[in-house]
Design a protein around this ligand. Structure first.
Ligand code: ADP
Ligand code: MG
Length: 273
């Protein structure tokens, strides 16, 4: 008899190491509202690897925000799988930061206090004032740290919102049309800053946007959803080197065909139309 029987949790010997699960896994996901009367999402399949930047576009009402809310643990789902790091999502996680279209800053708090808010609310031990100062610095907000939201432009308010989402150092950043309310030039600057923050931090980002150019500018991939009920029509890889900038991106040889294909998918004309 073997005097040293193997422990039950011993690692099995396998010829190949198992591949790590994608950081975000969505499999055959269904979601409806109003007791099933409104089907928002139907059979969504989407995997996002750690460190990847994925843009999601789709017509209004196709379920983009619903998808993001499910990933943020703010909404449940009816069928299929939604998992982070292989663990099914059952509620909000501190691995996830969320940015919505409106920054929703607290008007009686300064910029610094607004950024620090999740640390207070969550009773989180990991965050510290160094992290706050570093985020303010990266976002060009250091000089405005003691100002109040009403003293800031829309672009600056949105940057505060992004800092707030990052302050607990989440691995995943989910963004729902974060720059939709900004003017075109501010939006271009924000795109550049987001690219820089993403490249420096190595975070995994899912960005929902209405802008085809923004989706291509920022994404490693662009996922195009169908009209409601949303399903994945196509995933397009963006093979344009980084760092990208607003002048060079549109002159890259891949850009026009990508933009055209996304536009055709969104308008229901198919890629050959
Ligand atoms: P998108 O962000 O792509 O514009 P949403 O995810 O907000 O779309 O909504 C998808 C569909 O689900 C829409 O038809 C919307 O009216 C419906 N919906 C979203 N949230 C709710 C809710 N809480 N109750 C009922 N219907 C909802
Ligand atoms: Mg939405």
């Amino acid at each position: 008899m073997n005097p040293n029987p193997p422990m039950v949790d011993a690692m099995p010997l396998s010829p190949e190491p198992a591949a790590a699960p994608p950081l975000i896994h969505i499999g055959n996901l269904d979601k409806s509202f109003a007791g099933g009367a409104v089907q928002a999402l139907s059979g969504i399949d989407l995997d996002i690897a750690e460190g990847e930047f994925v843009s999601v576009v789709g017509p209004s009402g196709c379920g983009k925000s619903t998808l993001l809310r499910i990933l943020a643990g703010l909404d449940g789902y009816d069928g299929g799988t939604a998992a982070l790091g292989g663990v099914p999502i059952t509620g909000p996680s501190r691995e996830v930061g969320v940015v919505f279209q409106a920054a929703n800053l607290l008007p009686w708090f300064t910029v610094r206090e607004n950024v620090a808010l999740p640390l207070r609310v969550g009773g989180h031990k990991g965050g510290n004032s160094e992290n706050i100062e570093a985020l303010l610095e990266i976002s060009g907000l250091t000089d405005f740290a003691a100002r109040y939201p009403y003293e800031l432009s829309g672009g600056m308010q949105q940057r505060v919102g992004i800092c707030r989402a990052l302050v607990r150092n989440p691995r995943i950043l989910l963004m729902d049309e974060p720059f939709g309310a900004l003017d075109a030039l501010t939006r271009e600057r924000m795109n550049l800053e987001l690219q820089r923050i993403w490249q420096q931090s190595g975070k995994t980002v899912m960005l929902i946007t209405h802008s085809i150019s923004e989706a291509i500018f920022l994404g490693d991939r662009v996922v195009v959803l169908s009209p409601r009920p949303g399903r994945v029509l196509r995933e397009l890889k963006v093979d344009i080197p980084r760092p990208r900038n607003n002048d060079t991106i549109i002159s890259h040889p891949s850009y026009p065909a990508l933009a055209r294909e996304i536009r055709h998918l969104l308008t229901g004309q198919g890629e050959d139309a």
